[in-house]
Design a protein. Sequence first.
Length: 480
Amino acid sequence: MSKELMWDGLKEECGVAGVIQMEDDHTAELLYFGLYALQHRGQESAGIAVNDGDKTRWHKDMGLVSEVFDNEELEKLTGHIGIGHVRYSTSGESDVENAQPLVVRYRGGTIALAHNGNLVNARLLRDRLEDAGVVFQTTIDSEVIVNLIARYSNEGIHQAIRRSMELIKGAYALVIMNEECLIGVRDPLGLRPLCIGKTEKGYVLASESSAFDVMGAELVRDVEPGEMVTITPEGIQSEFFQSLPRRAGCIFEYIYFARPDSIIDGINVYEARKNSGRVLAKECPVEADMVMAVPDSSIPVALGYAEASGIPYGEGLIKNRYIGRTFIQPTQAIRELAVKLKLSPMAANIKGKKLILIDDSIVRGTTSKRIVETLKQAGAKEVHVRVSSPPVAYSCYFGIDTPDRNQLIGAVKTVDEIRKIIHADSLHYLTPEGLVEALGKPEKNFCLACFDGNYPMELPEKAQQQNGQRVFQRLDKENQ
Ligand SMILES: O=P(O)(O)OC[C@H]1O[C@H](OP(=O)(O)OP(=O)(O)O)[C@H](O)[C@@H]1O
Ligand SMILES: NC(=O)CC[C@H](N)C(=O)O
Ligand SMILES: [Mg+2]
């Protein structure tokens, strides 16, 4: 799907998966199933690379997993080690050259790599590598990582990865393979998730544990921040290349990205969302006839809210499951119609009612505005919007495709201004404290930079300048 066709809101992350077995027992199919389960993390391109200890074969293309692979393609991918990727581009264009996994040949061997995340110093490293004569095939940050590893590969794969990790900065969950092993690496802050599963015949890696069910695997544990796990069919070897006093797991995984049936860093995503609904009900009660969600990610939140408030949960919007396959070229008018195509009001459930409408986030404000309008047109008496995250007020540089700060409504408008813009009768955002309470782990475990601007690492200079300007704009407004 082309980017213009996507919605204005928050977008997905990439998904990565890996498999290693004693022998080739449907390795490519397991990856196919795993990627299918991770499809929500990226819909632009998909790819699988499989290695039989000698040859590496791969196939990648633009489109959904089901569009990129058929039986014939999967049958060609023979081997007992494999990795896969579904992409939502964060650096470099959305085209087939930038599809992952990336496969490079070096000194008699092959390395394949799939990356979820975003580096903050990719430009600098790329310039240095290019100055040293390295040729790049793609425009993505991930190729910097694979080229660094290839460059140091005469020191052995582990030392090569260690040295590369000393140089790269940013967010990365990596699955890497060569002819001998499958390797999983997670950045020192643990910004992006990665977990290990055990199958009857070996091991698997995936961005989210929800992929394990269809891969026939059981969750063993998460790869820890700053950890490199080397997996052979016999077992897992672990080493830490860097260890920091804090973690910075992306809080948006729990709010929006991850599937509710995933467990990330010991937190059950479904329960976390339900808890945030309970906390929302406590933080800002309002009298109403029905609690409803913007499907799908907010459904557990609405259930939690209903449970805690005693107000019944009901369905007020029906989501068209096939929207991801639309290929119309949008004009603004078509976009407006497309929202209706995606979410249609259930007039019979809404008419004459005071509604509590729950969504996971407000980014530009377009979704909530359109939905409140739709519900009111369908006869809702009042619409009280409750959001299961604080205002998104700072851009993300670690892999979430948030727009520039000037387009973030939470960066430039006050809560009451936003309420008026979206035509809500009342508006409340979950407080950062409430969000952390819902997750049940200390705040120092998470990156909340999109809400408070406390980035867990230094940002590129341009980003710092942009942030500075916007903060002043907002503070000026609040002080007026
Ligand atoms: O304020 P906005 O800029 O509109 O962004 C916020 C919306 O973006 C996301 O939904 P999205 O429509 O991207 O996808 P979803 O169907 O997976 O929730 C998120 O769930 C919010 O609904
Ligand atoms: N969303 C992601 O994790 C993207 C990975 C990588 N930066 C790319 O653009 O391909
Ligand atoms: Mg949404």
